[in-house]
Each structure stands twice: as C-alpha cells, then as structure tokens.
Design a protein around this ligand. Structure first.
Ligand code: AAO
Length: 515
C-alpha cells in the first residue's frame, strides 16, 4: 500500500514538472519568433531578448518538411514533416545548435514546435521536394529518412469515407483520421513512439527547454504520455539536474466539443484559446462586453486552472483566420487595441504568457476570409527566408513586424517580471470600459477604452514617489521620456487619459520609479 502511494507520488511529481517553463533570472514571458531564421534568433537573444527580460522563444518546426510550390512557399509547409533531419526553412542543424547554445548562454530558453501527430499531406507527391532534399513518397506513405512506411499510419482505424476528420463531435475520428488530409501517425505503435521520442531527445540533448506540441487534440493522451515518458531530462549544462522538459500542448477547446483541454493537464500545460477569443471581444466591445467584466478574469471566466494555462492574444493561426477564434481576435493589424490587450494580458497574473512576433503579408479579406492567409515569410525570389534587419529606431525592417520590440509590449513584459508573484490588487472600474488594477505594491495599470476621458484619483498600492509611465515612454538613467505619475504617501495618484490617445493606458512599476 505504502509502496503504491510512493509510486503514485513519484509519477505525479514527474509529470507535474512538465508544467514549468524553467525560465531564468525572474523572466516570465515567451515570444514566438514565427518563421525566423536560426541565425536571426541567436542574434536576437543576445542583442534584445536577454537585455529586455524575455524568458524564452518558441521557434518554428525545425524538422525536415515538404517544400510546397503551389501556392508558392506557404508558411504552413513546415507543419508537413517528411522526416526528423534538422534542416528547415530556418536553417540547418549546425545553425540550430549555434542558436540554442547562444540563447542558453544569455539565459533565454528555446521551445521547439514539435509536429508528431502526422507527416505531410496525402497529396504531397513523390520526390525530393523537401527542405533537405531527402526523398519521400506520400502516396506510398514512405518516409525513408525516419524510416516510416505504410504500417506506421492510422488509416486502418479511421472510419470516415474520406479518411479525413469530418466531425469534431466524434472523438475517434478526431484522433484516428487525417487532419486536413495530413498522413496520421499511429502513435500507439512502438516504432512510432520510439522515433518521435528520439527526435525530441535529440533536441533536448542539444539544449532546448521544452516543446509546444502541435495538434494534441488529434492524439490520444495515453499515446502522448508513452512518448513523453521517454523524454530525457534537460541538458545539465544549462538546467538543474532532474529538470523535465516544459510541455505546452496545442488543444483548441472553446467549449462545445467532446475533447476537452483537461484530458491533457497531466502531461503539461495547454494553450487556453478562450483567452484571446474573449479578450478580443472585450477590447472590441462586441456583444456588450466591457473592460469592467475583467474583475474576475481567469478561472472566474471558466478558463482552465492558472497553473495549466499558456495564454496569448493571438497566434500564428488565428491572426490569419486559421485555427479558432474568428474575427474577434486582435492582432498587429489593429495595433491600438492590440497593445491594450497585450498590456492587460501581461499585467494580469493568470497563465504563462506568450507574445506573438509576426511577419506582414498582403492581407486581402473577401467575405470574411483572407485570400492570402497562406503567404510565407519575407523571402528572396528563390524562396529562402530573408534575415531580420534592425532599423536605427530599434524596429525591424523587410516586413518583419517584431511586436515584441514595440515599446508598450516590451515594457509590459518587463512589468510582468517586476510584479511576478504579487497578488492581483486594488481593482477599480467605472462599470464601463475604464479599469485599473495593480499587483501588490509593485505595479499598477490604468486603461481607458471608453469614448470619453478618464480623470480619476486611484489607490495604486505603490510606495510614495514619482514614477515613469512605461507606456508613453521609458525610464532612462533617472529621467522619464514619457508621462510622469505622482504617488502620494497614501498610495493614491491622479490619472488623466484621453480617449483620443494613441495608447489610452498607463503603467507604472517599482523599477520605473524615479529617484
Ligand atoms: C494545408 C492546407 C490544407 C491541406 C493540407 C495538407 O491548408 O488545405 O489539406 O495542407 O496538404 C497548418 C495550416 C493548415 C495546413 C497545415 C499543413 O493551418 O492550413 O494545411 O498547416 O500544412 C485544427 C487543429 C489544430 C490546428 C488547426 C489549424 O485542431 O491543431 O486546425 N493547428 C495546428 C497548427 C497549424 C497547423 C496544424 C496544426 C497542422 O497550429 O498551423 O496547420 O500541423 C475547430 C476545431 C479545431 C480546429 C479548427 C480548424 O475550431 O475545434 O480543433 O483546429 O476547427 O478547422 C469556431 C469554433 C472552433 C473551431 C473554429 C473553426 O471558432 O469554436 O472550435 O470555429 O471551425
């Protein structure tokens, strides 16, 4: 009996550990550098992410993938693996290792987007049109570099006429049939488990801190556990002995389908898609939503438990109409609302936060659908991805949006680090779209999303002093380039925010205090 209990506790400890992102130096947020080249990420870790308190980077899938020429080099080709060689549109294995090493050396973790549910689409053809030029044959389900052959796929189990998922209401279909025709791996097979685990272990040994696992709704949690249980601990050159890889699982659960996020909580964290969908509605003031309703934001809104959630305002899918969330999702295209939503997310204690960093494309919406939702990253005419040039004003060029470098977003990432561990406190609202809240005695945020000015004196919880508003400017040496806020001995401060302001919100924190 005692033995059983011990084993149970040990197992629980083991799996629970896959919920920690292992970020260093009190850093709390992850940035998704979508489609960036490994060489650019390495440079960004050193020159920007570490100095500005980013804890880690989610990278695009590093595995060998199909090369699609119609449409021309869509971003989504990387979600069609043809093997586990580490050469992709972002670079080769040596460049990947160099990036992991250099980012780790400045305390910025790397999380790999792991595509283990499937290989390429059934119509992927035959030949060498892959990122490392390896041969494959999608008709025969032959992927010799792994190797996988027809026996390693699920088709025998799928009961739909098309072989694809036809209804999300049928659990068996969702997990045993093909997601948008992608050849579905039979993860209950020893061989497939061994090969996917080898792939993840190679990356762990190279020094990555964990994985964003793609399409988890389409895999049986028991099969995933069998793979994850084989994962090595993190490389002790950079992480404490016994550290488990951080796992965050992509499961789209907006409610209303039989497969639910909670089935995956034992394995790691899960993406909370309700978060961005609801927040988009709130800042857009759609369906009668108001900022004042955020008073019990988080679990109070029916979201998953705080310690299981990874949260984000938008992701690489729903910023262009893929995945879930629809038109409510706010993105860099709506920059004013986007900055406001990001400030809310980063100031609020719920979840592990992920910042999106995008590339621009020729958005062309016809009847609610973006005709160019496939467009790949900024590229040269031969299809190779362009480097990310940095302008003198610290923004990025050549179509790279670099939301993570926007002052308002970057400074709120720092805010979140400063207030880490502090309780949600000093809530105020006007019962409409003006709100304020703080984090203990370390930070305070005020937002005006109403159609009239905000002019109010509020209890900030902060010690007396003059603070620099990190939304309108920066604290530089002991000077503030933006607005200043006077907090009195009673913790109260007067705020004025015009509804016409480009950024109708203000934020102050312990480290933005002027001496
Ligand atoms: C491409 C082509 C396809 C072609 C295929 C194979 O576009 O036409 O058949 O190649 O040749 C990405 C792209 C795909 C691309 C694929 C492979 O987005 O367009 O296909 O690469 O190159 C589901 C999955 C979720 C998935 C999402 C896109 O559950 O896992 O679809 N996301 C990940 C990645 C994504 C990637 C893949 C998976 C594949 O992040 O980038 O695809 O590796 C419902 C379900 C969701 C489901 C959505 C999408 O959502 O609940 O689980 O996501 O439908 O259809 C409301 C509902 C909400 C619902 C939503 C949409 O909001 O509340 O629940 O409507 O109906």
């Amino acid at each position: 009996m005692k033995m059983k209990l011990l084993i149970f506790v040990a197992l629980l400890g083991l799996s629970l550990a896959q919920h920690s992102p292992h970020t260093k130096h009190g850093r709390t947020s992850i940035v998704h550098l979508f489609e960036w080249r490994w060489a650019d990420i390495a440079a960004e870790c050193e020159r920007y992410l570490a100095p500005n308190g980013y804890g880690g980077v989610q990278i695009s899938p590093p595995n060998e993938h199909i090369v699609v020429s119609s449409p021309w080099r869509p971003w989504w080709e990387r979600y069609q693996p043809i093997g586990y060689n580490l050469c992709s549109r972002s670079g080769n294995e040596q460049e990947l290792q160099d990036m992991i090493t250099r980012c780790n050396n400045v305390g910025v973790n790397i999380y790999v987007d792991a595509v283990i549910n499937h290989m390429c689409g059934s119509g992927g053809g035959e030949g060498h049109h892959s990122s490392c030029g390896s041969y494959f044959n999608a008709h025969k389900k032959d992927f010799p570099t792994v190797p996988y052959s027809a026996m390693d796929f699920n088709d025998g189990k799928c009961k739909t006429g098309s072989g694809n998922i036809e209804s999300y209401n049928d659990i068996n279909q969702v997990r045993d049939c093909r997601l948008v025709s992608l050849l579905d791996l039979a993860l209950e097979k020893e061989h497939v488990r061994a090969k996917t685990a080898d792939y993840m272990n190679k990356l762990i040994d190279m020094g990555v801190a964990g994985f964003r696992v793609d399409a988890c709704k389409h895999m049986w949690p028991g099969d995933m556990k069998a793979v994850f249980d084989r994962m090595h601990n993190l490389n002790t050159h950079w992480f404490a002995g016994g550290s488990r890889p951080f796992i965050f699982q992509e499961v789209i659960d907006l409610g209303g389908e039989p497969i639910q996020s909670r089935e995956y909580f034992g394995l790691g964290r899960v993406t909370e898609f309700k978060y961005g969908a609801r927040l988009g509605n709130i800042v857009r003031k759609w369906n009668g939503e108001k900022l004042s309703y955020l008073k019990n934001w988080g679990e109070g809104w029916g979201f998953m438990p705080n310690d299981k959630a990874v949260v984000f305002v938008d992701n690489h899918d729903n910023q262009r109409g893929h995945g879930a969330g629809g038109a409510a999702i706010v993105t860099f295209w709506d920059s004013r609302l986007y900055k406001m939503a990001m400030a809310l997310m980063l100031a609020h204690p719920y979840g592990v936060t992920r910042v999106m960093s995008s590339f621009r494309w020729d958005r062309r919406i016809v009847n609610g659908k973006d005709q160019n939702d496939w467009m790949g990253p900024p590229s040269f005419s031969n299809g190779s991805t362009k480097p990310v040039p940095i302008n003198p004003d610290t923004t990025c060029g050549d179509g790279w949006v670099c939301e993570h470098r926007w002052r308002q977003i970057r400074n709120m990432v720092i805010f979140r680090n400063v207030v880490n561990g502090q309780p949600f406190s000093n809530w105020w609202d006007n019962q409409s779209n003006q709100i304020a809240f703080g984090r203990g005695n370390q930070g305070f945020l005020v937002i005006n999303n109403d159609d009239w000015n905000l002019d109010v004196t509020l209890n900030t919880g902060l010690p007396a002093g003059t603070y620099c508003d990190v939304i309108s400017g920066d604290k530089n040496e002991n000077r503030c380039t933006g607005k200043q806020v006077q907090v009195g001995g009673d913790g109260r401060a007067h705020f004025q925010i015009s509804n016409m302001a480009e950024d109708p919100f203000m934020a102050i924190h312990a480290e933005s205090k002027l001496c």
